[in-house]
Design a protein around this ligand. Structure first.
Ligand SMILES: Cc1cc2nc3c(=O)[nH]c(=O)nc-3n(C[C@H](O)[C@H](O)[C@H](O)COP(=O)(O)OP(=O)(O)OC[C@H]3O[C@@H](n4cnc5c(N)ncnc54)[C@H](O)[C@@H]3O)c2cc1C
Length: 308
């Protein structure tokens, strides 16, 4: 399976395949299991339906590395529009943003300026911006930008970050973030990382996830535990119950289209569940990472495709 995982991650960067998939009806049909649709309206409709099922939402306008400041600004504009729509439609939703889409690789100052403007906008509406974490070459600069932004007293609480349990550095990062009072989403990590920076074995990634989630749960700050792994979820529930931590003090987070049964079950049990809802035309790298996490998804998608 690790070979297949690497193959899908490598394919996620293949430009020709990406162009073919993103521009054909065939590709769009395949993506619809994990992507809410191509337009803002599609994402808002899905968010509304999820809210009606008792779930919280975070919206992701798909897209990664941009090649000009104008492209970064255009990507930011979609998020500003989303914040206004969430407010207008009274949705229980926030936004998830990738800093490479906001120009991080062109200039960290550009990305930071955009992150600040989104946090200001979110703050004015009582909302929240989550900065997604990308590959390990960007961990430090992403942390720096979120910490600077959150250090502004007027923006504290309006911006949060993601930490990946596969990275060796994550415990130290969480200690720092807790000291800063910053909200964390904990996930295992979706990128291909070398053994110099990340645990190669799933058992170690899982062990790290449990340890880090306990650090988060024990803190007075509201965090998100992003996973579909029932063992991770069971460990978090057990830790919370042993330590008298009320389910309202944290949330589980899962991806749109993944383990819907588990999402509903947790809501039924009284836990908060936030669904990560991606939308937009640039869905290919996101979609390929979902296949990398579970190569059996290819068979699942193919079966559905031919059934329909
Ligand atoms: C809300 C959310 C936000 C995220 N944000 C980031 C981020 O900012 N940066 C980042 O690097 N990663 C992010 N991720 C991805 C994350 O790092 C993992 O790659 C992904 O969640 C799979 O890990 P897992 O915890 O579900 O456990 P795994 O051990 O990978 O999977 C456990 C079980 O979950 C189910 N499952 C997992 N993935 C899938 C799938 N794609 N399709 C079907 N079933 C599946 C399977 O039953 C599997 O056996 C995010 C994940 C979530 C849920």
């Amino acid at each position: 399976m690790p070979v297949l995982r690497s193959a899908f991650i490598a394919l996620s960067k293949n430009r020709l395949l990406r162009r073919f998939c993103e521009q054909t009806r065939f590709g769009r049909r395949m993506s619809s299991r994990f992507v809410a649709g191509m337009e803002i309206g599609d994402a808002l409709r899905v968010a509304e339906a999820l809210n009606h099922q008792g779930m919280l939402v975070t919206l992701d306008s798909l897209g990664e590395s941009v090649s000009s400041e104008a492209e970064a600004q255009k990507a930011a504009d979609i998020y500003h529009e989303l914040l206004d729509w969430i407010n207008a439609r009274k949705l229980n939703a926030n936004i998830s943003v990738k800093l490479t889409q906001m120009g991080l690789e062109l200039s960290p100052e550009l990305a930071e300026g955009i992150a600040v403007s989104l946090a200001e906008h979110a703050k004015s509406l009582g909302n929240f911006v989550r900065i997604d974490m990308e590959d390990s070459s960007l961990t430090q600069v992403t942390l720096d930008i979120v910490r600077h932004t959150s250090a502004r007293p007027d923006l504290h609480g309006s911006i949060g970050i993601v930490i990946q349990s596969y990275l060796y550095r994550s415990q130290a990062d969480i200690e720092q973030l807790l000291a800063d009072g910053i909200r964390v989403r904990l996930c295992k990590g979706a990128y291909k990382e070398p053994p110099e920076v990340a645990y190669p074995a799933k058992a170690d990634v899982d062990k790290s996830y449990v340890k880090l989630s306990e650090m988060l749960l024990a803190s007075p700050i509201y965090h998100g535990l992003a996973t579909h792994d029932e063992a991770m979820i069971a460990a978090a529930k057990a830790f919370a119950s042993r330590n008298g931590i009320d389910p309202s003090r944290f949330e589980f987070q899962m991806l749109y289209g993944v383990r819907r049964d588990l999402q509903r079950k947790l809501v039924g049990e009284g836990y908060k569940v936030r669904v990560y809802v991606p939308f937009g035309r640039e869905w290919f790298p996101y979609f390929m990472r979902r296949l990398a996490e579970r190569p059996a998804n290819v068979i699942f998608l193919a079966k559905n495709f031919f059934r329909n």
